[in-house]
Ligand binder design. Structure first.
Ligand code: PEP
Length: 250
């Protein structure tokens, strides 16, 4: 199958310098983490801590920004451009997180434009997609994620630098994790969609990771699903249990 397991730690808008130093120390001290060839670890601190974490984090872990502006930088107060991230040596960016889609009204089209621009600048992208509870309960989950994917596929031709994060909104930060079967069902459907709308190679190679209340208690069963290629972890990435999640694929 050849899809390298991928675990992202999304710190969101959390932490001040002392806390950031402590988390980095815990990550740096972690032993028996699978080697890079088996596990890709990408840590995503808030923008302001990226330079500090870059200079202090172990070399086998990589970094992601939590957002990037939709096009070239300029008169866009408060935004951070893809060019700046590239300049800092940050290889990854998270785009389309549900908190931004819902709270900041980022549409499918806008997210797709961001993905295309970030890729064009040489960034690798973790693209988040997922349905709300209301959409799931009305049987719309697969339709919603397919629409989110369709918008991206309309703007992107090379999927080599994309990781798809399926993050059901009802599972994010709620403690209500998707069951392994629920996650597998959507991941398998996403792969089917990629096969029929892009091509079989992309379907086979794109990593589809799960996010939403992943903890050390539920990660092993989730990791055992054939189409779950890793996790995007929010709350638990700020805690020492993140190290156990890194070992879920062992
Ligand atoms: C996230 O923010 O991407 C996420 C999955 O959060 P949590 O793990 O806290 O649900």
């Amino acid at each position: 199958m050849g899809r390298n397991f991928f675990v992202g730690g999304n710190w969101k808008c959390n932490g001040i310098t002392e806390e950031v130093k402590k988390i980095v120390n815990v990550l740096n001290a972690a032993a028996d983490v699978p080697p890079k060839e088996k596990l890709e670890v990408v840590i995503s601190p808030p923008f302001v801590f990226l330079p500090h974490v870059k200079s202090s984090l172990r070399q086998d872990f990589s970094l992601a920004a939590q957002n990037a502006w939709v096009r070239k930088g300029g008169a866009f107060t408060g935004e951070i451009s893809a060019e700046m991230l590239v300049d800092l040596g940050i290889p990854w960016v998270i785009l389309g997180h549900s908190e931004r889609r819902l709270l900041l009204k980022e549409s499918n089209e806008f997210v797709a434009e961001k993905v295309a621009y970030a890729l064009s600048q040489g960034l690798k992208v973790i693209v988040c997609i997922g349905e709300t509870l209301e959409q799931r309960e009305s049987g719309q989950a697969l339709i919603v994620v397919a629409e989110q994917l369709k918008a991206i596929s309309g703007k992107v031709s090379d999927w080599g630098n994309i990781v798809l994060a399926y993050e059901p909104v009802w599972a994010i930060g709620t403690g209500k994790v998707a069951t392994p079967a629920q996650a597998q069902e959507v991941h398998a459907d996403l792969r089917k969609w990629l096969k029929s709308h892009i091509n079989p190679k992309v379907a086979e190679t794109v990593r589809i990771i799960y996010g939403g209340s992943v903890t050390s208690a539920n990660c092993i069963e989730l990791a055992g699903q054939p189409d779950v290629d890793g996790f995007l972890v929010g709350g638990a990435s700020l805690k020492p249990e993140f190290i156990d999640i890194l070992k879920a694929s062992l």
